[in-house]
Design a binder for this molecule. Structure first.
Ligand SMILES: Cc1cc2nc3c(=O)[nH]c(=O)nc-3n(C[C@H](O)[C@H](O)[C@H](O)COP(=O)(O)O)c2cc1C
Ligand SMILES: [Fe+2]
Ligand SMILES: [Fe+2]
Length: 402
């Protein structure tokens, strides 16, 4: 891997992690990930963000191919989550920067995460400008997109937006630019990332996109801190339009059935619910939570308007992967869902009702009664499952048309 010049004297100097599959211990990353950071050479040499602690050597190697790391004058920390700041203490020690810039909330996280004694930290306000020679940089706070400290850096003359976590995707590759990458892989990675990380902050996304539009900021390049960089007018438009679409969370005519089963009874019910959806012409995906991760459910919700949950009752509640799935999904605050719940039981049978309640707490439109089936589903139970699937399909179709 080599450093890559995005525009004259603006370089990608990050680290690519081909091995990682578990991103921040909450989302699967089937394609690995990338920690991007950017070096700008002007009268001042500026490093925008750093990388995960493990990526330190790779980052320093890339910087060294362009300049002596000790020549770095400024470090900008757009966000202090350790995937962007883990390498900060070592790079500060190595290059002894003249200044380290961050937001007011960034100062709090930085001083709490690291021993910053003696660090030349300077807090920048929203909209602050910094001259580094031929270039001016504007800092824009993007609070809660996705941390309180988050901000982005806009290189005015080059029209480059260093967007930190916004517009990221978990893709490890030898490519640095979106136009070099397979399109469907790019879009599915964007969806997985947005739905598992950014989704709860969709109102902030909508506000920020409007603010950028109102400010009339021209953007040639969007350079996120994860994954591929958007450098063509088509790709810049594509990623901004995609974010607007993800944030809107309009209902989509497709259903996710996520289920968990011990002895296969609930699995049979899940198949019958799927048949009911199919009979009404609604596509679906079946996710067995013992084989898949709850972040897969969120990735599929990017293309779906219904979430149907199925679990056997175990010790008076849904099974543990389903409980984890509910916690994960609920925290990400999906909007505009149609929901339903089902499962087998042996004596008390609390799970379907508890799952239906969880869906209602997510403000989903819960269809039908929670469907319970005693031990092994019989023909009449499976007929009820098909009817539940059909009911969800009809409610979803109506929602999509409304
Ligand atoms: C460890 C264990 C705990 C269970 N706890 C409950 C329970 O609290 N309430 C209940 O109604 N059924 C309980 N059951 C019975 C299951 O819900 C029942 O066997 C069900 O049909 C399993 O569905 P499955 O075939 O989808 O795995 C329990 C079963 C096991 C093995
Ligand atoms: Fe982050
Ligand atoms: Fe990140």
């Amino acid at each position: 891997m080599r450093p890559v010049e995005l525009k004259k004297n603006i370089y990608w100097v990050g680290a690519v992690d081909f091995d990682i599959r578990n991103f921040h211990h909450y989302s699967r990353a089937p394609e690995g990930s990338t920690y991007n950071c950017y070096l700008v050479r002007d009268e001042k040499t500026v490093l925008f963000d750093t990388v995960d602690a493990h990526g330190y050597s790779e980052m320093v190697k890339h910087i060294s191919e362009i300049t002596d790391p000790e020549s770095i004058d400024y470090i900008v920390c757009n966000h202090l989550e350790p995937d962007h700041s883990g390498a900060l203490p070592r790079i500060v020690r190595l290059c002894k920067p003249e200044k380290i810039f961050c937001s007011a909330m960034g100062l709090k996280s930085m001083t709490n995460l690291y021993d910053t004694t003696g660090w030349p930290i300077e807090v920048v306000k929203d909209g602050a400008r910094l001259n580094i020679g031929k270039r001016n940089i504007t800092f824009l706070e993007t609070r809660m997109l996705h941390w309180p400290d988050s901000m982005v850096s806009y290189l005015e003359e080059d029209r480059v937006l260093i967007s930190n976590d916004a517009f990221g995707q978990n893709i490890a590759s030898s490519y640095r630019f979106a136009d070099e990458c397979d399109r469907s892989l790019l879009l599915s990675s964007m969806k997985r990332y947005y739905y598992n990380i950014v989704l709860p902050y969709s109102p902030q996304v909508i506000k920020t996109l409007k603010r950028v539009q109102d400010l009339g900021i021209a953007i040639d390049v969007i350079a996120p801190d994860h994954g591929l960089i958007f450098r063509t007018p088509e790709d810049v438009k594509f990623v901004i339009d995609s974010y607007a679409e993800f944030a809107a969370q309009k209902p989509k005519l497709r259903a996710v059935i996520a289920y968990e089963s011990m002895w296969n009874g609930t699995a049979k019910m899940a198949s019958a619910v799927a048949d009911g959806l199919e009979a009404e012409g609604v596509p679906y995906v079946l996710i067995n939570l013992q084989q898949s991760h709850c972040s897969d459910v969120m990735a599929e919700l990017a293309d779906s308007g219904a979430l149907i949950l199925g679990s056997a009752t175990r010790n008076n509640m849904p099974m543990v992967n389903m409980m984890a799935c509910i916690a994960h999904v609920k925290g990400l605050r999906p909007q505009n869902l149609v929901g339903a719940a089902f499962g087998t039981y042996g004596w008390s049978g609390e799970a379907p009702k508890m799952m239906a309640e969880a869906l209602a707490e997510m403000k989903a439109e819960v269809v039908g009664e929670p469907l319970k089936c005693y031990f092994n589903p019989k023909a009449e139970d499976l007929a009820k499952c098909r009817e539940l699937g059909a009911q969800v399909a009809r409610a979803l179709r109506e929602k999509c048309q409304g």
